[in-house]
Design a binder for this molecule. Sequence first.
Ligand SMILES: NC(=O)c1ccc[n+]([C@@H]2O[C@H](COP(=O)([O-])OP(=O)(O)OC[C@H]3O[C@@H](n4cnc5c(N)ncnc54)[C@H](O)[C@@H]3O)[C@@H](O)[C@H]2O)c1
Ligand SMILES: O=C(O)C[C@H](O)C(=O)O
Length: 333
Amino acid sequence: MTTPVRVAVTGAAGQIGYSLLFRIASGTMLGPDTPVDLQLLEITPALGALEGVRMELDDGAFPLLNSITCTDDADVAFGDADVAILVGSMPRKAGMERADLLSANGGIFKPQGEALSRSAKKDVKVLVVGNPANTNALIAMNNAADLDPGRFTAMTRLDHNRAISQLATRLNSQGESVSVNDIKKMTVWGNHSVTQYPDLSHCEVAGKNALELVGDQEWYANEYIPTVAKRGAAIIDARGSSSAASAASAAVDHIRDWTLGTPDGDWVSMSVPSDGSYGVPEGIISSFPCVCKDGNYEIVQGLDINDFSREKIDASAAELVGERDAVTELGLI
Ligand SMILES: NC(=O)c1ccc[n+]([C@@H]2O[C@H](COP(=O)([O-])OP(=O)(O)OC[C@H]3O[C@@H](n4cnc5c(N)ncnc54)[C@H](O)[C@@H]3O)[C@@H](O)[C@H]2O)c1
Ligand SMILES: O=C(O)C[C@H](O)C(=O)O
């Protein structure tokens, strides 16, 4: 049998975990020929609920699911992990300031970065989903002394997928006949927050420029961008809890593409450590257009950035720099 891939998931008994684990077990993330070992981390009080999830995973009789480990010890969960999806975090509660949230999550992502460094494979692929995802990833990265910083990424794939879907809906309402499959080269820049910038200037729809097809800068600036950026809040309003199945689906997309590659002629949005590309300061984890091949990602180079895009990319980068400065002040990095 092919050696199973060890996939660690934190916050495994939560909402996203409930959707994510079954898709990983079914082979949707790593392909139909790759067995998996699931290494699931929860806080001690949630181990009972996690046991229930394990029972349901057993009941799925998934042919690719080689083993399931449930633990409250990060070194066990991350032991020899090939992939680590960090979902468990403390979401913002009423009355909490950003600094409170960053500090509470520092208590989670600092020790988890240290445990990844001690226990995971050196080429582990880390995806941080738990919010504030970009800065949580930065905290983990900065506390993982023995790992290459490039192993740490954060999730903006949900924003990318939302941007594609909203564009298809708009074009169909204009009388075009567009499927999400026709939309290529979508880019979300910046932070997984309201300052994110879903950029249509390089996006293609069946080979045509998306912005030209839309032909309505006012809609782009004042409806499309805010709708994508505030979609998370709209889901919370409608459902009473934050997005879960779509977030799990995006996590599967992110790890699948990083592992198996992006299609020729297309790219995806991933939050990765900035190397200074497009004027985004080094020392933050920000969303860029990325191509993946042979298990590696690269930031797409050479795209023209117009004045409108420049302003939006700079604003989101400035927010990330502010978050980095706050966690530096808190002694987390
Ligand atoms: N990046 C994105 O696009 C995106 C999208 C949706 C949700 N999110 C974020 O994902 C996170 C999880 O969402 P959810 O709906 O699954 O939340 P949830 O509250 O249902 O589940 C979170 C789980 O994490 C666990 N947990 C808390 N601290 C932990 C720790 N130190 N170690 C291990 N587990 C721990 C909790 O016990 C809980 O079971 C939230 O921060 C949410 O805001 C991000
Ligand atoms: O917006 C949120 O708080 C939840 C999540 O990050 C989302 O984008 O759905």
